[in-house]
Design a protein around this ligand. Structure first.
Ligand code: SAM
Length: 315
């Protein structure tokens, strides 16, 4: 873990649990255990997002490459929140004869290390330079004279509410040069009966994934959360097109965190907000790209039209 990651984790846990309502950021889901659980989530039948985007990357690789790479023969390929990079491997395979460096960025050091090994083992001709960092912090590292292609897949952008997403895309577009490309993978608005099970599967993997955050606080910050006393409670707001995840306290209780030298009180049924997963239509996509200098060039859908990879070019 990068030196200041533990410090930042402690600071954000303290701030989040001191607020009313309490909150913990979803970016802290991803320690080694969280990364493994997320791979299981991607493989579960209910998590259609990965399957749909995988289908786009596997079946429409030519369209993707021509939209993303046209005119570039020496470039940097950045990926924000790359995770295990399983979908990206299709694109890397198609690009392997070109002159570029793949620069995946992720807050999870474990994810970056595993991904570097995966690319080296499967497509050794590709030059990989992983970066462990937080998205906003990492923006300053998207520099360099070569043209840039930036991937932001998996509807990760949906983990930010619209104002924050717009602020992020404004900053991101400011780091881009004219002609640079961005692929933004977004999950589309659809019925609750399809969306909610992706965050509340029958086997309980998403519950395990959310509650692992309490275990992480126990492991890394000396907390004494008893996870049996909390439950994972997702909700989908059909009108807004937003799924929310919460960790709910099952009893009135106190939890101490040694590294913070603090005790936090939880009421019975009190909810700790952990994650937002925004779903998109044209209007929502417009709302987050407002005032940026990103011009929409292409929209690529899976066969069910559940998911869209939107391709933008900097003006
Ligand atoms: C939902 S997973 C998706 C992974 C991959 N993009 C995909 O489509 O399969 C989110 C990934 O983004 C990373 N991540 C989440 N929040 C982040 C942040 N604020 N900064 C950097 N990485 C972040 C996590 O560690 C995780 O690997």
């Amino acid at each position: 873990m990068k030196d200041n990651t533990l410090e930042l984790f402690a600071k954000e846990v303290e701030e989040g649990l001191s607020q009313s309502p309490k909150r913990l950021s979803s970016k802290w889901f991803y320690d080694k255990k969280g990364d493994e659980l997320f791979v299981q989530i991607m493989n579960m039948p209910e998590y259609y997002l990965t399957k749909c985007e995988e289908e786009i990357f596997a079946n429409q690789t030519e369209r993707l490459t021509s939209s993303l790479i046209a005119g570039f023969d020496d470039f940097d390929l950045f990926e924000l929140g790359a995770g295990d990079g399983s979908k990206t491997m299709h694109l890397l395979e198609a690009l392997k004869s070109l002159n570029f460096t793949y620069r995946p960025i992720d807050i999870s050091l474990n994810a970056i290390e595993q991904l570097e090994k995966r690319v080296a083992a499967n497509i050794p001709e590709i030059q990989v330079e992983g970066i462990q960092d937080e998205y906003f912090e990492a923006l300053s590292k998207l520099s360099g004279k070569r043209p840039k292609v930036i991937l932001f897949m998996g509807s990760n952008i949906g983990n930010m509410l619209d104002d924050r997403a717009n602020e992020f895309l404004l900053k991101l577009s400011a780091t881009m040069q004219s002609g640079d490309r961005l692929l933004l993978g977004v999950d589309l608005i659809k019925d609750e009966s399809i969306i909610l099970p992706a965050y509340n599967d029958a086997q309980g993997i998403t519950s395990e994934f959310n509650l692992n955050l309490l275990d992480r606080i126990n492991r890394e910050l000396g907390g004494d959360f008893n996870r049996e006393m909390f439950s994972h409670t997702p909700q989908y707001d059909q009108d807004k097109g937003i799924a929310y995840s919460y960790i709910t306290s099952l009893a009135e209780q106190d939890v101490s965190i040694k590294a913070l030298d603090r005790t936090f009180h939880f009421q019975k049924e009190e909810k700790v907000f952990t994650e937002v997963s925004r779903k998109y239509d044209d209007r929502a996509l417009q709302a987050i790209t407002n005032h940026t200098s990103l011009v929409l060039k292409d929209k690529i859908f899976d066969s069910k039209s559940y998911f869209c990879d939107a391709i933008f070019e900097k003006e």
